[in-house]
Design a protein around this ligand. Structure first.
Ligand code: WTA
Length: 684
């Protein structure tokens, strides 16, 4: 356990870091920051000059409306200019003579599986895949779903889409068939790129059959997916056998834990990547995109209703991904960078693919988990590739802390310089362990606060200059103008909690919710006219450090994954035994937060272990394994206001076993509270 002082002291960047850093002092940061806020056009224009634009800006460099009362919310950067992000991420480096530089080292789930790809080889394969997509009729503006594990082909897929102007919609490979189908339908995608299957730890995930199910679900709802490209990723010893479309006549047996994996094949729709991609032409001109053309959509949970397709556009996202990567990780040529996030989440989009590639960086892509074959795997990989900049989530740090220091110290780690964290507030205990044990009290820690919607880091320390306070994401990135306000949009005093809002656009901000601009305006701009509302609570201390405290809406952050309580509730209610469900968050020592679900059952139905198992499975099927509830409780009645609104505040207290309920004068029937306390499982 770290002593109290260690948790509350301020840590200064070490001289080895700041001497060579892009931003060496707080004075320099303050100056650059001031310029970025007072003259955003000038600030980003200078940055844009380092990128290739086919045609220059022909309208305003920045035009926006952040105020719903003045008309629709709109944001545009670099009007009329055209570019291509894939060109800037690959061709530019190859033309500069860096084609032989390694773009990605790939480390498989099995420590014996590895590979690497240079910038020029990556470009070649991206062009080939882009041609395959074109041959299948995919063109600019079409949507392509990507549902893959952490393999190099995933990056190739996203870059190939970007090259031809197709909008990629990546769905994390932990989502269920129903979730994949829902996202494909919402985005009206024309094609799906997937993989036969993959190993995660000791578990084999049968991705192709989940994909098949999702395609069938789409077709039931009238969306025909005509192209499904499949990467053969499992080794031949895993014995994937193609079948004739009926899914029978297959008896391949995997080498690893007894498993038979059948790959159903639909002629005309399904195509093996290894059969079509290498055969395609290696030449593929870029589609020159308007800076405000769509680049990708990525779904994020909504506090009500279905997930939102967060839409990012080409030009602004490119500048922001590249610039945040460069400064937050203090990137220099020669760095070996590794972000453990999955490309299925925004962190993987911006900081596994686009950000590093736009900077010409060499990175590691890791398919496996931090615990396989043992909990020293991350540090073994750090040593193997001599990683200098490392980026992971607090939930992983907390989980690894439990295994003790020896598994870390066994490895050298002397290559490390910067350690990043993202996804949720990091508790000072975990921060100090990360700093002292993983970083040997030598590295800077960057605690990066941002969102799918923001495209890149918004509040973060910079490794060469920011004095670090454990648990605080510290100061705004260039171009971000934060305020912390109360319900009436008045700034709160120092150390008071309020809503974290941003008052002017930065290049990487989302432009709309795919197909639902009104939802975009309502979710982010309606509550505080003139501001983008993050939905997070925060405080600012007397030194100006920002401390993000977590979601203010009905969202739960489980292991860094944002889940909507409404979505989990609707999955539970779909079960025939459940009449009503209310889901709240509960603190969890490793996951940060966990979900606690109250379920009201139909008359005569008993709350049994079997039912609990079924209900958990219902959520897994509907959303995905990572959303499985941690705790379910029988709730013959729920605390409600007289107008019938569920009092979640009270349920949160019950989940935590806290009888200090505060004001319950609006509650219709107080007796339900005692019943709920009496039914609270003793294991909580
Ligand atoms: C939370 C992930 C505190 C926050 C990049 C935010 C954080 C949500 C931090 C976005 C951090 C992310 N400190 N909270 N450093 N980073 N969050 O869209 O609640 O998956 O709103 O993007 O994660 O999650 P998302």
């Amino acid at each position: 356990m770290a002593d109290k002082q260690a948790l509350h002291q301020t840590y200064l960047p070490k001289s080895e870091l700041f001497e060579s850093a892009h931003v060496k002092t707080m004075e320099q940061y303050n100056e650059m920051y001031k310029h970025s806020i007072e003259n955003p056009e000038g600030f980003w224009k200078d940055i844009a000059e380092k990128f290739y634009f086919k045609t220059p800006v022909q309208g305003k460099f920045l035009e926006y409306n952040f105020d719903v009362s003045k008309g629709p919310i709109s944001i545009s950067w670099m009007q009329g200019a055209s570019t291509n992000i894939c060109y800037n991420a690959l061709d530019r480096h190859v033309q500069d003579g860096n084609g032989e530089k390694v773009a990605f080292f790939w480390e498989g789930n099995d420590p014996a599986d590895e590979g690497k790809i240079t910038y020029s080889a990556l470009l070649k394969q991206v062009c080939q895949l882009a041609n395959v997509l074109k041959n299948n009729g995919i063109k600019k503006g079409d949507r392509v779903a990507i549902y893959m594990p952490m393999i190099v082909e995933l990056s190739i897929a996203l870059l190939a889409c970007a090259r031809i102007g197709a909008i990629h919609s990546i769905v994390f490979a932990g989502f269920s068939a129903e979730s994949l189908a829902e996202r494909m339908q919402d985005g009206e995608v024309s094609a799906l790129i997937t993989t036969d299957g993959f190993w995660r730890g000791t578990k084999l995930v049968d991705l192709k059959s989940i994909s098949d199910k999702a395609i069938d679900l789409c077709s039931e709802k009238g969306l025909q997916i005509r192209t499904c490209l499949v990467v053969r990723h499992l080794s031949p010893s895993d014995e994937i056998v193609e079948t004739n479309g009926n899914g029978d006549q297959c008896d391949g047996v995997a080498k690893r834990p007894c498993h038979k994996l059948k790959v159903k094949w639909v002629e005309g729709r399904d195509q093996w990547w290894h059969q079509v991609v290498p055969a395609a032409s290696e030449e593929c001109n870029c589609e020159w995109m308007d800076t405000e053309d769509s680049l990708f959509m990525l779904y994020t949970s909504g506090s009500t209703g279905k997930p939102k397709g967060v839409l990012h556009t080409v030009g602004g996202y490119m500048l922001y991904a590249a610039t945040t990567f460069k400064y937050t990780f203090d990137y220099h040529n020669g760095d070996i960078y590794w972000c453990t996030a999955d490309v299925g989440w925004i962190t993987g989009h911006t900081y596994v693919c686009y950000g590093p590639l736009l900077n010409g960086c060499t990175s590691v892509i890791f398919e496996g988990t931090p615990f396989y074959p043992d909990a020293g795997r991350l540090w073994q990989i750090v040593d193997k590739y001599q990683v200098t900049k490392f980026y992971t989530a607090p939930t992983a740090i907390r989980a690894l802390m439990k295994y003790g220091d020896e598994l870390v110290k066994k490895y050298d780690r002397s290559s490390l310089k910067v350690l990043g964290t993202v996804g949720e507030p990091i508790n000072p205990e975990a921060w100090v362990w990360y700093y002292n044990v993983v970083g040997d009290a030598r590295c800077s820690i960057v605690d990066t606060f941002w969102q799918t919607e923001t495209g890149g880091h918004t509040i973060t320390s910079l490794p060469g200059c920011t004095p670090m306070k454990p648990g605080s994401a510290s100061f705004p990135f260039f171009g971000i103008k934060p305020s912390i306000v109360d319900e009436n949009c008045k700034p709160v005093e120092a150390d008071q909690e309020g809503y974290l809002v941003f008052s002017q656009p930065w290049p990487g901000i989302m432009r709309t919710v795919y197909g639902d601009h009104q939802r975009f305006e309502t979710t982010y701009f309606k509550k505080f006219p003139g501001y983008y509302c993050t939905g997070d609570g925060a405080k600012m201390d007397k030194d100006g450090y920002i401390w993000v405290t977590g979601r203010i809406d009905d969202m739960v952050n489980v292991s860094g994954h944002l889940l909507s309580t409404a979505e989990i509730e609707s999955a539970l209610i779909e079960h025939s035994s459940v009449v009503e469900a209310a889901v709240v968050s509960q603190p969890h020592s490793i996951k940060g937060e966990s979900t606690y679900c109250f379920v009201t059952l139909c008359q005569g139905i008993e709350f049994t272990e079997d039912l609990v198992t079924e209900l958990k499975a219902a959520v897994r099927t509907k959303i995905g394994a990572f959303a499985q509830p941690d705790m379910l409780q029988n709730a013959p009645g729920l605390p409600k206001t007289r107008s019938g609104k569920i009092m979640r505040r009270v349920l949160r207290k019950i989940a935590r076993g806290d009888r200090d309920l505060g004001d319950v004068s609006t509650m219709a029937d107080e007796s339900v509270v005692d019943t709920l306390f009496s039914l609270r499982p003793s294991t909580v």
